[in-house]
Design a protein around this ligand. Structure first.
Ligand code: UGA
Length: 412
């Protein structure tokens, strides 16, 4: 077993969501964490104690631990770290993964800190770490991330598993030591397996969501069925599990849409057809249109009608609007001539959209659409007024608010 030093020196490259949460969590566990990002504005904000992302509990954790964190923009100052995590983005550009940020980051770390153990946390296609290991003549470790926005601290501190891929036993052992505090089961494997585990996990979660969304479509055509009860009954089977079986407007965010597409493109290059994942993507792409048609039916047409959307982020407990299905829905409703306003618990501004400050301002709309799973949207006196309320996330208890209409239900 690798001996853990009391205080490890940890480098974090890329302070997006994963990088920042990882940095703060590792500082909280007593490590000295040096964080680098090429975005000077981000670094200045952090130096002034300002977080540019909303994540429950993260600011408090940051303030408690910032004495163990330093923020830099210059790679020359990224030196003498025991371990350095690469957390830069890997966007999908024209359907394919763009690895340029990862390549540049690894290159820069190797030049500035030759002895550090380099760990790729960014989501990368199988073969990336091995390819870079050969190019750099240095073993690179894979340690994919499984945290979700909105529950990121808990997912980092108490993950279901830690996956570590790599050849060099000492380096793998060091990364294992970094995460020992979590007490989570550790799977040590090849770089390629670790990289594929990440993609396969996200693709499976995406497929689970598209699967339940298709069953919801079926429920809408069978008297006596409702998707919430069907999902609950399925989820009680431990082999299936109840999580990620909530029907809605489809999966959004910066990960599931991008990773499913990247995996399909990667497989296509190897002449392997991923039919199930491709179908999950197609079902997801059609979701907003389907939901908007339901809203149109409930509202007896959309032209000139004022509709208030509750929640514009891609999910609850975040201010992230990347690939937000709620915003796709706004655009589709507007295309069909509805007059759309929105309310969100944390987002105050989205270009081109009128976001009201108080949920009560939605009372002037003739329809309310619950578009995000924020807890505060589960119940509101507005839902019992003489207006149409359509819950496209299936979060409202219909026994409490019987007038609310939901997706995945049969209506005459
Ligand atoms: C996802 C994965 O869940 C994480 O395990 C992974 O680490 C992360 O991507 C990543 O690759 O970095 P995230 O995108 O933060 O996490 O959020 P999710 O909780 O997965 O939600 C994704 C989307 O699916 C949201 O739009 C959410 O509303 C939707 N969703 C989720 C449903 O429509 N139904 C569900 O049952 C669950």
């Amino acid at each position: 077993m690798v001996q853990r030093k009391d205080e490890m020196k940890v480098g974090i490259v890329g302070l997006g969501f994963v990088g920042l949460v990882t940095a703060i969590a590792l500082a909280d566990k007593g490590n000295n964490v040096k964080c680098i990002d090429v975005d000077k504005e981000k670094i200045e904000k952090l130096k002034m104690d300002t977080l540019y992302i909303y994540e429950p509990g993260l600011r408090e954790l940051f303030i408690r631990n910032k004495s163990r964190m330093t923020f830099i923009t210059d790679y020359d100052k990224l030196q003498r770290n025991d371990v350095t995590f690469i957390c830069v983005p890997t966007p999908t550009v024209t359907g394919k993964i763009d690895l340029s940020y990862v390549n540049e980051a690894v290159d820069s770390v190797v030049s500035s800190d030759q002895d550090t153990v380099i760990v790729i946390k960014s989501t990368v296609v199988p073969g990336t770490a091995s390819g870079l290991s050969t190019k750099m003549n240095k073993d690179i470790i894979s340690n994919p991330e499984f945290l979700r926005e909105g529950t990121a601290i808990n997912d980092t501190m108490q993950p279901n598993r830690i996956v570590i891929g790599g050849k060099n036993k000492n380096d793998v052992g060091l990364v294992e030591e970094v995460w020992r505090f979590t007490g989570a089961p550790v799977l040590k494997t090849t770089n390629e397996n670790a990289e594929l585990i990440k993609y396969a996990s996200n693709a499976f979660l995406a497929t689970k969501i598209s699967f339940i969304n298709e069953i919801a479509n079926l429920c809408e055509n069978i008297p006596g069925t409702d998707i919430n009860t069907v999902a609950k009954g399925m989820g009680l089977d431990r082999r299936i599990g109840g999580e990620f079986l909530s029907a809605g407007i489809g999966y959004g965010g910066s990960c599931l849409p991008k990773d499913t597409k990247a995996l399909v493109a990667f497989s296509k290059e190897r002449n392997v057809k991923l039919r199930i994942i491709s179908s999950a993507i197609k079902v997801n792409d059609e979701r907003v249109d389907h939901v908007v048609r339901l809203i149109e039916k409930e509202m007896n047409g959309l032209g000139g009608k004022k509709i208030c959307i509750l929640g514009v982020s891609f999910k609850d407990n975040t201010n992230d609007i990347r690939e937000s299905k709620a915003l796709d829905m706004v655009r589709e409703l507007e295309r069909r001539k509805a007059d759309v306003i929105a309310y969100d618990p944390v987002i105050r501004q989205v270009r081109g959209l009128n976001i009201v400050k108080d949920i009560q301002e939605c009372s002037e709309a003739s329809g309310i659409v619950i578009a995000s799973e924020w807890k505060v949207f589960e119940s509101n006196a507005l839902y019992d007024k003489e207006k149409k309320v359509i819950d496209v996330k299936g979060i409202v208890d219909l026994k409490v608010h019987p007038k609310v209409r939901q997706i995945g239900m049969f209506y005459d």
